[in-house]
Structures are given as C-alpha cells and as structure tokens.
Design a protein. Structure first.
Ligand SMILES: NC(=O)c1ccc[n+]([C@@H]2O[C@H](COP(=O)([O-])OP(=O)(O)OC[C@H]3O[C@@H](n4cnc5c(N)ncnc54)[C@H](OP(=O)(O)O)[C@@H]3O)[C@@H](O)[C@H]2O)c1
Length: 288
C-alpha cells in the first residue's frame, strides 16, 4: 500500500518544488494550506486546512499520514507554541518520518528559530531528516524580483560577499527522496548549497546577458537597505531579519560550498546561472 505524505508550506517557494518532485513518486500527496481550494467542482480532495497557530487544525491534517514535510513559515517565530507542538501531535499519531526544512548554520545558532525545532526533533531518535539549505537562488525571483524587473538593479547591503546559491529544484528532489525512502535518510542532517559561489556583481552580469538589458548591482548601506524595505511596507521584524541576513552575506556567511548535495543527487547541483537562464521571463518588463 502506498504511503500518504503531508506537505506543509505547499503554496510557497520550497513546498512547490517538493510537490513537483513528489509527482512521480509512489505515494499519495496531501497538501496543507490555510486556503484550501473551495468546495465545488474545483475541490482538490487532497488539500487540508492547517494553521500552525491553531492546534485544533493539526489532527485532521495529519490523520492517516506516514510522512510529513515540515516548513517553518517566515512569519512564525514562536517555535515552541507552533511547530514543536505540531511535531508532538505528529508523533502521537504515529507518523514515521518528518523532513524538516531548516537553514544552513541553524544547528550552531540558538537565535535562529529553526534551532529550537531541530533540538526538539533530535530528542527523539531517528524519525526525522533535517535539510539545511543555504541561500536560495529563488530569492531572485521573489524578494528581489521587483527591483530587477522595475528598476534594473539588485540593491543589497552585501558588498562583495559571495554566495553559493542553492536551487530549490534540487532541494525539492532531496526532500522528496527523504520523504519516500525515509529509511536511507532518517537521523541525518544535510547542509545543501550550490556548487559554486557567486558575487552579486556576477549575478547582475548573468541577468544582463539573459535579459538583454543592463542590470546593475548597487551595494546598499545598512540604513539605505532598511529604508528600501520600509518603502515596500514590510513589517519591522522582517526588515531587521532581512537586513542582518544580507549583511552576513557581506562577511561570507553563505559562501562555503558543501559537497553533500552533489553526493545526494548523484550529479552536479544547479547553480544560480541555471536558475536565471530557466526563469528569464520573471524579470521581463511588464511581466506579472
Ligand atoms: N530565503 C532563503 O534564502 C532561505 C534559505 C534557507 C532557509 N530558508 C527558510 O525557508 C523557509 C521559507 O520557505 P518559503 O520561501 O517556501 O516560504 P514562503 O514562500 O513564504 O511560503 C510560506 C508557506 O508557509 C505557509 N504558512 C504561512 N503561515 C502559516 C501558518 N500559520 N500555518 C501553516 N502554514 C503557514 C504558507 O501557506 P498558506 O498561506 O497556503 O497557508 C506558505 O505555503 C523559512 O523557514 C526560511 O527560514 C530560506
């Protein structure tokens, strides 16, 4: 009998790629969202309502599942009351595998919210796999998209820092394998980066040649960047986190290439140039 896998964060950048990679796997996929497809002809029978901030939604979402892909939504910061509580329920109903999307370095830094979740998972032997991706190539198509499309620039306080961008298409593939062939991956934590580090100057050059128009990299000051985010009406906490994160890039925090992803995939991982070439339509003028 094929197993049932619950995918949380399914409508986001990572979850989308996990779903894509699960498509050809011998499993029934259940999508968790706070916006299930409305009743009627369009209803997707595999969509369930799940809100990490409402524990009464947990049991119905996970009943009958054997595996769970767990994503920490960026807006949630109290891990104990949300994700850890969800993990407890998942364990109570006998789910056998939890694949948690953490972040590179979370195991060494208690300030990062994912640290608390990693600790909680590791209290229980062997029903988990932790993925620790580095900086996403997909940030170019989400957080930076309007700057590139509308202003022909990357505006970041990251100086000359280099980044080993990881492509979520590769992360999705590793997650899908860990969800289906869980015995191979249980009790393991993987740091996942791209195969080469690039400066933002180089990223801007690659965008320029893919799009056929000049895209420049403007190195922002800390305050200039924070004001830039403020003008986009982002919440204060997010402005702080995003500014600190990009400042870290300046000091090489996401520069190190880790060989784990190549080993797991059995091929060279995609790099940021692949992402740009394959998604050039995202930054065309007027694209929606
Ligand atoms: N950006 C990077 O470079 C990077 C690098 C390493 C790790 N990460 C980590 O990646 C994660 C972000 O992934 P992402 O980019 O895929 O996020 P995203 O695109 O912002 O998607 C967030 C997802 O969370 C769901 N969600 C939001 N609030 C929820 C709630 N209260 N209960 C249940 N689900 C909720 C949303 O689904 P619905 O709205 O449908 O419910 C959505 O699918 C973060 O943990 C971040 O730290 C990011």
């Amino acid at each position: 009998m094929s197993q049932t896998i619950l995918v949380t964060g399914a409508s986001g950048n990572v979850g989308r790629e996990v779903l894509r990679s699960l498509k050809d796997k011998p499993a029934t996929i259940r999508i968790a969202s706070r916006s299930p497809v409305p009743l009627g002809e369009q209803q997707n029978p595999n969509t369930v309502y799940l809100d990490f901030e409402d524990p009464t939604t947990y049991l119905n979402a996970i009943a009958g599942c054997q595996s769970v892909f767990l994503l920490r939504p960026p807006a949630i910061s109290n891990m104990k009351a949300t994700l850890n509580r969800f993990i407890d329920t998942v364990r109570e109903v006998g789910v056998q595998q939890i694949v948690f999307l953490s972040v590179a370095g979370a195991d060494r830094n208690p300030i990062i919210p994912h640290y608390t979740v990693e600790q909680h998972l590791q209290n229980h032997p062997g029903d988990w796999t932790i993925l620790r991706p580095g900086f996403f190539a997909q940030n170019l198509g989400s957080a930076y998209r309007s700057d590139i499309r509308n202003e022909d620039r990357l505006y970041l306080p990251s100086g000359r820092g280099r980044v080993a961008f990881v492509d979520l298409r590769d992360v999705g593939q590793v997650a899908a394998d860990a969800l289906v062939s869980w015995k191979t991956h249980q009790g393991k934590a993987y740091t996942l980066t791209g195969p080469q580090a690039f400066s933002f100057e180089e990223v801007a050059e690659c965008l320029t040649s893919s799009l056929g128009r000049k895209i420049r990299y403007d190195s922002a000051s800390i305050w200039g960047y924070a004001r830039h985010l403020q003008r986009q009406n982002l919440p204060g906490a997010q402005i702080l986190v995003q500014t600190l994160l990009h400042l870290g890039l300046r000091f090489g925090q996401a520069e190190t290439v880790d060989p784990t992803l190549e080993r797991l995939l059995g091929r060279k991982p995609l790099d940021v140039r692949d992402y740009i070439t394959d998604h050039a339509q995202l930054w065309r003028k007027g694209s929606t």
